[in-house]
Design a protein around this ligand. Sequence first.
Ligand code: OGA
Ligand code: NI
Length: 313
Amino acid sequence: MEKLVSSWYKNKTLPQSYIFPPETRPGNLIVPTCKTIPVIDLDNTVGQSRTRIVQQILKASQEYGFFQVINHGIPEDLMYQSMDVFKEFFEMTAEDKAMLYSLDPESSCRLLTSSVNYAREKPIRYREVVATYSIEAKKLGLRILELVAEGLGLDLGYFRGKLSESMLLSANHYLPCPDPSLTLGMSKHCDAQLLTILHQGDVNGLQVFNDGEWTGVEPLRNALVVNVGNTLQIISNNKLKSVEHRVVTNSNCVRTSVGFFIAPSDDSIIEPAKSLVGNAAVYRAFEYKEFLLHFFPNFDNNDLVMERFKLQA
Ligand code: OGA
Ligand code: NI
């Protein structure tokens, strides 16, 4: 239960175990907010407008590995309802949370709301809202992947089927921190999956490593942050970049974010798309589950993860 909720942030000092070694501390928290991470309007993906959007997505995925989307088709109400049910969950008492939370890391669902063993469903409408949001986020992800496929010159349906069969929804809750310069909400990492769609709410915190420095991704109302995962970088044979990012904390307010990840099924074979390798495939073929086995223990060392799947030069 200690793990689920902690009230230590109400104390004046940061517990020793949360302090990062000096080289990975965020230190200076005033980083430039990156106005250059493109904001792409998905309103009209037909005709000439589609061609322009495809180019914008490709360019952003090559240069930054990140972009934001607006007019993405997920209703605003649904975005904020799903954010609210997660906020409601995180505000519940430790006992109530523990009743819903599965400690089994193998479980496909770590947060189980059940009206059978729980008289009043809490958070209210959790299942309905989260299910509807997941369906919409998956639709959006597939739509973006189709635009990516088009940009890469692959069949439009290249990422459909097993390559995008799994999805993961993960809500993060960052408490106010007594000293944000000494710690991180989430340490630097790349996402393993194909594509991530993040609703970061309205509180700053997400930073992307770009051009040798950390830059903040500005929270924009109704926008979603999209980033290329390691799997997409590999399939694109390094044409697209999976970029390191991290989350810094702040001392005044809680930050909640909702990440939606589209991933291959465990038994999918991942390899650079044949038409993109020319005469030099950068990576070998492997099963996605092998990737995950290596990814999680090396979460904070992405070069090491990727190295293992490279073909020898
Ligand atoms: C992640 C992630 C960012 C955030 O869950 O992989 O990078 O803002 N989250 O919570
Ligand atoms: Ni991430």
